[in-house]
Design a protein around this ligand. Structure first.
Ligand SMILES: *Cc1c(COP(=O)(O)O)cnc(C)c1O
Length: 392
C-alpha cells in the first residue's frame, strides 16, 4: 500500500487541506462596525434580538435565546428540565462531552444507549430497555445534521411523561419529515462554534418549544434575575429570583452571527454541494465495499455538516489517517465514545452493549469540509482516499 501511495503523491506538490476554515459570509464587517460605533457591547441588544427573530422564523414555534455556546444552551436545558441528583437522562455515548456534562452538572446521571449503524443516531428501539423510574428525559443528538427518528422518540416520551432535549449543535437548516430539527423537543441547543455550518467563533442558541418554560428560561439566561422583564418595562427594578448563570453572548458576537444567519440558506446549499461531490466521487468505492460513506434516510433533509467515511477496520482507519496526514489531508476522528472516557466511566451508566458505537468510533474519519474548501483540494482528498481504499 505504501509504495502505491508514494507513487501517487510524488505527482503533485500538495498544500495542506485543513479540516476546517472559517468563512466570512457577507455583512460581518459592516455589522461589527455598527456595534463598535454604538454604545451597547454587552448582551441582549439589537443584534441579539435580530438573531433571535431570525432563529424563531427558522424554527417555529420556538422561542430563541442567544447564548455563548451550545454547551451553555444544554446546561440551561438541564436546569429547565429540573434535573436533580439521582435523575437519569437517556442519550447516546457517541456524542460530544457537553451533551453529558450538562446533565452531570445537575447531579443527574447520563444513561447511554447504542446508536443505529445507518445514521449513527441514538437507536430508538433501545429506549424501553434504558428506562427506569428515575428517567426524566431523553437527549437526542442529530449527528451530522441528520435527524433522529423523532416520531417514535416523541411517542415514547409522551407516553411516559419524559422531556425531550435536542442536541441540535450540528442541525441548523436540516429537517426530519419536513420539520426543522430543533423544533421537536421541549428544548433544543444549537452551536455556532467555528467548526459548525453557521458560525460566530463561539456561540449558540437555546430554543424553547413549550411556552410554560419561556419565563424561567429568560431568568436562568440572565444570571437568575428578572432583568429581561425590566428591559421590557414590565417591572421597575430587577432582582435575583431563581438560580441561573451568565449565558448571554456580547453584541460583538451577535453582530457577526447575524451576518451568518442571514446567509444560512446559501451557506447550507454550498455545503451540500461539497458534500455531494464527496458522495459522488466515493460512491463507487462505497458500492464496492471498500469504504462506507454516510446514509441519509429519505425522510431526512440533512445540511451537509459532516462527510465521513468508515474504513473497513479499526487498523485500516489508523493507517489511512497516518497517510492522509502525511499527505497534508487533515481528516479527523469522531468521537471518543463517552462511555469509554474517564469522566464517562465515573458519572454515567450503560444500558446494554455499545457494540455499534465502539465499532463506528473506531472506523470513522471525518473529511475536510468547510465553505472555504476549494474543489481542487477536495479532489486531492478524494484521490488520496481512493488510492488507500483500493489498496485495502
Ligand atoms: C459542537 C457540539 C457541541 C458543543 O458546542 P459548543 O457551541 O462548542 O458548546 C455539543 N454537542 C454536539 C453534538 C456538538 O457537535
Amino acid at each position: 500500500m505504501r509504495n502505491l501511495y508514494i507513487q501517487h503523491a510524488s505527482k503533485r506538490s500538495a498544500s495542506p487541506v485543513s479540516f476546517n476554515r472559517p468563512l466570512i459570509a457577507g455583512e460581518e464587517r459592516l455589522y461589527l462596525g455598527e456595534v463598535l460605533s454604538g454604545s451597547h457591547l454587552s448582551g441582549n441588544g439589537e443584534f441579539t434580538k435580530r438573531c433571535q427573530v431570525l432563529l424563531e422564523k427558522m424554527l417555529p414555534p420556538g422561542k430563541a435565546l442567544l447564548v455563548h455556546s451550545c454547551t451553555g444552551a444544554l446546561e440551561m436545558a438541564a436546569m429547565l428540565a429540573d434535573l436533580n441528583p439521582g435523575d437519569e437522562v437517556i442519550m447516546p455515548s457517541f456524542t460530544f462531552a457537553s451533551t453529558a456534562n450538562a446533565v452531570v452538572l445537575r447531579g443527574a446521571r447520563p444513561v447511554f444507549v447504542d446508536i443505529r449503524s445507518d445514521t449513527l443516531n441514538l437507536d430508538e428501539s433501545l429506549l424501553a430497555d434504558a428506562l427506569t423510574e428515575r428517567t426524566k428525559a431523553i437527549t437526542v443528538v442529530h449527528y451530522a445534521g441528520v435527524g433522529c427518528e423523532m416520531d417514535p422518540i416523541l411517542d415514547f416520551a409522551r407516553g411516559r411523561n419524559l422531556l425531550v432535549m435536542e442536541d441540535a449543535a450540528q442541525g441548523l437548516c436540516a429537517k426530519y419529515r419536513g420539520r426543522a430539527l430543533g423544533s421537536f423537543g421541549q428544548f433544543a441547543a444549537f452551536s455556532f462554534h467555528e467548526t459548525k455550518n453557521v458560525i460566530s467563533g463561539e456561540g449558540g442558541a437555546l430554543i424553547v418549544n413549550e411556552p410554560s418554560f419561556f419565563h424561567r428560561a429568560e431568568i436562568i439566561w440572565e444570571k437568575g434575575t428578572n432583568r429581561s422583564q425590566f428591559w421590557r418595562g414590565e417591572i421597575d427594578k430587577y432582582t435575583w429570583v431563581d438560580f441561573g448563570s451568565s449565558y448571554l453572548p456580547s453584541e460583538i458576537t451577535a453582530a457577526f452571527l447575524l451576518a451568518q444567519l442571514e446567509k444560512s440558506q446559501a451557506l447550507t446549499r454550498r455545503r451540500l454541494e461539497l458534500w455531494r461531490r464527496y458522495q459522488g466521487a466515493l460512491s463507487p468505492l462505497d458500492a464496492g465495499g471498500l469504504l462506507r460513506g454516510p446514509r441519509i434516510p429519505s425522510h431526512c433533509e440533512h445540511n451537509g455538516h459532516i462527510f465521513y467515511v468508515l474504513a473497513p477496520s479499526a487498523a485500516l482507519r489508523e493507517e489511512w489517517l497516518k497517510v492522509l496526514w502525511r499527505e497534508g489531508v487533515y481528516g479527523v476522528i469522531h468521537y471518543v465514545p463517552l462511555h469509554s472516557a474517564p469522566a464517562g466511566q465515573k458519572y454515567c451508566r450503560l444500558s446494554g452493549e455499545m457494540r455499534v458505537t465502539d465499532d463506528i468510533a473506531s472506523r470513522l474519519i471525518r473529511l475536510p469540509l468547510h465553505l472555504a474548501l476549494e474543489e481542487v483540494d477536495q479532489d486531492r482528498v478524494i484521490d488520496v482516499l481512493t488510492t488507500l481504499a483500493k489498496a485495502g
